[in-house]
Design a protein around this ligand. Sequence first.
Ligand SMILES: *Cc1c(COP(=O)(O)O)cnc(C)c1O
Length: 237
Amino acid sequence: MKESIDRRLENVRARIAEAAQRSQRNAAAVELIAVSKGQSPEALAEAMQADQLLFGESRVQEARTKAARLPGRTRWHLIGHLQSNKIRQALPLFERIHSVDSLALATELNRIAGELGLFPKVLLQVNVAAESSKHGFAPTALEDELEALLALDRLEIDGLMAIPPFTPDAEASRPFFVLLRNLRDRLATASGVPLSELSIGMSHDFEIAIEEGSTMVRVGTAIFGERGKKAWKPTAE
Ligand SMILES: *Cc1c(COP(=O)(O)O)cnc(C)c1O
């Protein structure tokens, strides 16, 4: 029998609380982002019934379509690569952008945020395993470019995000989470900017991420089930 979204959410919340307790952390310091890419607005409405109002989406247009269909209490985070021609649409919708992955994108975001009169909260995405398939700053590049990034006065840069290589073994993610946290500590010391947010942890490894200091877990499958081949698309309406 297929488990309901509210049961799955309850289960994920309990596991977050246990992981926080194990690592002497406050569970309230870990925000749960329900990653709803590929899920229908009806599935999101079900999650909202269970008090989940914060959703993570990879695509601007998909998020806009869903946001227009759902009541206004929802909050949206962008977790996928942002193309510069989508910035103007993205900025008013997303409370936070996790995926700022180059100085060029950050500079363009800063410029358009200025035009729109906004001060967006953003995270810097780090390519922790130097994978050619993934976006993000190389750790050394980020150390070199941090000063230029922090000089962008419209951006509220307050942390880092990473997506380690996928393996079913959650423990395999731990060294990458540690690498990200250590990088954060170095950058914070060098810049005097705390960078207190760490966006790490997905369905298969969020408990490990919490043990290593995650403040935002991005959980999709464990809440909504497999996205599969018939993923919802805005054009499929
Ligand atoms: C899809 C996605 C997630 C969620 O992955 P699950 O394995 O379904 O929990 C988290 N972060 C990013 C950046 C994603 O693209």
